[in-house]
Design a protein around this ligand. Structure first.
Ligand code: NAX
Length: 328
């Protein structure tokens, strides 16, 4: 066995936490040779529920679990953390103004960013799931000046996986035949799922599916999948989100099954593809030495440009709103 990894999960008593923690304990992220210390961060009113989940985790008797701690204090939770997975957020409720939503999330992600900055391990990587995920990641990064920007990501792997699955279903192939799909922009309805560089069993995807589907039904299905699941299931995506979190962290550590492929994550823009620096936007990425690197040099046609710009415009509005509120 190697040295244990320390993973801090916020929102640990929530639905995604309940699905994710048991899979981490079973070795799905770090493999069978790396023990994990689990730190469960919750809001004070849910600490008791988190302690109940911790009891169940103990009862799973996983040989890979090197410790379980429950706390409501970010400075305790992130102490020595190698992986910070930030699920806990203030959800949007009926009638809530966007500024209220951003403000209450600022009150969560600002202090958590500061705590990560001060007490996490030197190699900490941060993945934000709680919505609005991109902007919450930007807020956390703004409060963690000592941590390199490229450590901060927001999850768009679920959108990516949804896009891969839709393309595979449309072309009647196994998902393993799909390469080079991209999610651009915000984890929201404005996102741009892009198959223009994608291949299906080595053939250009666009030729196989046609522009009408790729620019219409495909984009709508992927971008509105979360809403479709809420409508059908009566609750938001939980197990598929846990799968996407596992895929994201595992692939960054261990690499993609095909190194010529890429995946998607939202990260702090360095200005690539005309996305203003500092916005947390989704890009095509590959893991390089444990960090995500943006795949460079892809040709962006007029259709893609307009779709990327539209989603980036939404991110810019969110940034302006949190700047007005003094959150960054
Ligand atoms: P739940 O409401 O079941 O769980 C959230 C948990 O976070 C609760 O237990 C709550 O007590 C906790 N929490 C609230 N404030 C906290 C704080 N300051 N510190 C620590 N914990 C805190 O929601 P769940 O289904 O688990 O989803 C959580 C988040 O994931 C939501 O914001 C949701 O919008 C987001 N999603 C993001 C996705 C993505 O692809 N990026 C997809 C799925 C999901 O909808």
């Amino acid at each position: 066995l190697t040295k244990p990894a320390t993973l801090t999960l916020s929102g640990a008593a929530g639905q995604i936490g309940y699905s994710l923690l048991f899979r981490v304990a079973a070795g799905e992220i770090f493999g069978p040779n790396t023990p994990v210390r689990l730190r469960m961060l919750e809001a004070p009113q849910a600490v008791r529920a988190a302690a109940g989940v911790a009891m169940e985790l103990q009862d799973a008797a996983s040989p890979l679990v090197a410790g379980i701690e429950v706390t409501a204090d970010p400075r305790v939770a992130f102490e020595g953390a190698n992986h910070a997975i930030l699920v806990g957020a203030r959800p949007r409720t009926a009638g809530m103004e966007r500024s209220d939503l951003l403000e209450s999330n600022g009150a969560i992600f600002g202090p958590q960013g500061r705590a990560i900055n001060d007490v996490a391990a030197d190699d900490v990587r941060i993945l934000v799931i709680g919505n609005p995920a991109n902007t919450n990641a930007m807020i956390a990064a703004a409060h963690a000046p000592d941590i390199p920007r490229d450590r901060f990501t927001a999850l768009t792997r679920l959108d990516h996986n949804r896009a891969v699955a839709q393309l595979a279903a449309r072309t009647s192939v196994n998902v393993r035949e799909i390469r080079r799909v991209t999610i651009w922009g915000n984890h929201s309805r404005t996102q741009y799922p892009d198959v223009r560089h994608a291949t299906v069993a080595g053939r250009p995807a666009l030729e196989m599916v046609g522009a009408e589907w790729a620019e219409g039904v495909f984009i709508d299905t992927v971008a509105q999948r979360g809403a479709a699941i809420i409508e059908a299931r009566g609750g938001s995506s939980v197990a598929s989100t846990a799968t996407a979190i596992i895929d994201h962290v595992r692939d960054r550590r261990f690499g993609l099954p095909d190194p010529a492929d890429w995946t998607s994550t939202a990260l702090v823009s360095d200005g690539s593809y005309g996305v203003p620096e500092g916005l947390v936007s989704s890009f095509p990425v590959r893991p390089v030495d444990g960090n995500w690197e943006i795949v460079q040099g892809l040709e962006i046609d007029e259709f893609s440009r307009a779709r990327i710009d539209a989603s980036v415009a939404e991110l810019q509005e969110e940034r302006a709103a949190v700047a007005d509120l003094g959150l960054i």
